[in-house]
Ligand binder design. Structure first.
Ligand code: HGY
Ligand code: MN
Ligand code: MN
Length: 431
């Protein structure tokens, strides 16, 4: 049960002195990491698998123990509400995602969800309720590894994707988001996007080397770069590896190899900010003595500048044409996702900046290289992010690691940014 509303809020000094519990935050992250733990020390909880369900069950149990009520929408997004003193205010959301990459780490996404929980635990044990309610949020299928595109359910929440589009996205085995939500018991009744928020804050590991390189502890994130995702199919001709002369082959894999190198060259043409990656490759029939007749591959282009991203897209089309002609294979390119660069809300960014400064953490403003649920939510709700360093900037890797004191700093910054936004002044807009 939430604490009895205290007759009066603690003094400003008492609020300013509040700090999260480093050990409790660390222990919760380690307990979550045991679900889907991999032999190499990472986590594998692909969206809507049994492991994801187990993570959701543990998370919601912890939230209930901390005085929260739980609501789930039709895309499985979980909203754990810690009541505020003023029911007329919109909640301030704090969250991220619990799903992981196949070779995921212990912190990507999980830190942001459990830092939100740690903020509520800290308020709850001190009997404090902010003016606006707080909501800890777990967004479904942020990673986009099992179901593309990424940031899918936060995208539906923000009105960037239709619910039906998201619910019918299928994995490599043909299982759909909608079917898997039903199977794991997280197909909520609330329409996705109907749940108003006054502001949203996401704490996350940086997944890059900048904070560590400069010895800073907190990143005050002002936005994120844009991205374009493609599905590319190359169709040549299956034929015998022994009896088919080299000239005149229609080898889809050699054509794909050309295109993979072209993608790297395009990113190089837009250095230093552009990145281009082929992460998925399926070869058919994948037999050592048959020339591959078909290849399917992904392509991930990113750049902070929208015009540059458009030029990269144009260069891709030219390179595809050249390979098509040179190799005599058919190539289809489907753009499955285009997220323009996003700029976070100035007032929320200022709330994060004020918190980091008042806590005395060395910090810097930065733009995120990775995508996050905050990038989607920001299209609908005033939003900002808080970064903390991770070792070597490594992420989407089982070796991903972060220091307890850095996670504590990020969670303290989240706590005080949330107090700045949801306290007496209460950013949560009125209903
Ligand atoms: O793709 C991304 O940037 C995120 O990790 N889903
Ligand atoms: Mn993430
Ligand atoms: Mn990720």
């Amino acid at each position: 049960m939430p604490p009895e509303v205290p007759p009066e809020m603690p003094s400003a000094d008492a609020l300013r002195a509040l700090r999260v519990n480093r050990a409790r935050l660390w222990d919760s992250i380690m307990a979550m990491a045991e679900i889907g733990a991999t032999a190499a020390g990472g986590s594998c909880r692909l969206a809507l698998t049994d492991e994801d369900r187990a993570g959701r069950e543990l998370f919601t149990q912890w939230c209930r123990e901390s005085g929260c009520d739980i609501r789930v929408d039709q895309l499985g997004n979980i909203f754990a509400r810690y009541p505020g003193r003023d029911t007329g205010r919109l909640p301030v959301g704090m969250g991220s995602h619990l799903d992981t990459q196949p070779h995921g780490g212990k912190f990507d996404g999980i830190f942001g969800v459990l830092a939100g929980l740690e903020v509520v635990r800290t308020l709850h044990e001190n009997g404090i309720q902010t003016a606006a309610p707080l909501e800890i949020i777990d967004w479904t299928n942020e990673e986009g590894s099992r179901f593309a595109p990424a940031m899918l359910a936060s995208g539906v929440y923000a009105g960037l994707f239709e619910a039906d589009f998201a619910l019918t996205r299928a994995d490599a085995d043909g299982r759909t988001v909608g079917g898997e939500l039903q199977r794991i018991g997280y197909a909520g009744s609330e329409p996705c996007g109907a749940h108003p928020l006054g502001a949203f804050l996401e704490a996350h590991i940086e997944q890059g080397p900048i904070l560590e390189r400069h010895g800073e502890v907190v990143g005050v994130v002002t936005g994120a770069q844009g991205l374009r995702w493609y599905d590319i199919t190359l169709c040549g001709r299956d034929s015998h590896t022994g009896s088919t002369p080299m000239p005149g082959r229609k080898d889809a894999l050699v054509a794909a190899a050309r295109l993979i190198q072209d993608a790297e060259h395009i990113a190089g043409d837009f250095a230093p900010h552009a990145v281009g990656t082929v992460g998925e490759l399926q070869v058919r029939p994948n037999s050592r003595n048959t020339i591959p007749g078909e290849v399917r591959m992904s392509l991930d282009f990113r750049h902070p500048d929208q015009a540059a991203l458009a030029e990269m897209d144009g260069q891709l089309a030219q390179r595809v044409d050249a390979v098509r002609r040179a190799r005599g294979v058919e190539i289809t390119v489907e753009e499955i996702w285009h997220n323009p660069p996003v700029h976070f809300d100035a007032k929320c960014v200022a709330g994060v900046q004020q918190a980091a400064d008042q806590l005395g953490y060395p910090n810097r403003r930065m733009v995120s290289g990775a995508g996050h649920d905050a990038c989607q939510v920001a299209r609908k709700v005033p939003t900002a992010m808080i970064f903390v360093p991770c070792a070597g900037g490594i992420s989407h890797n089982e070796a991903e690691s972060a220091e307890p004191e850095h996670l504590e700093a990020g969670a303290n910054t989240l706590l005080h940014a949330a107090l700045n936004l949801a306290g007496e002044a209460g950013a949560g807009g009125r209903r």
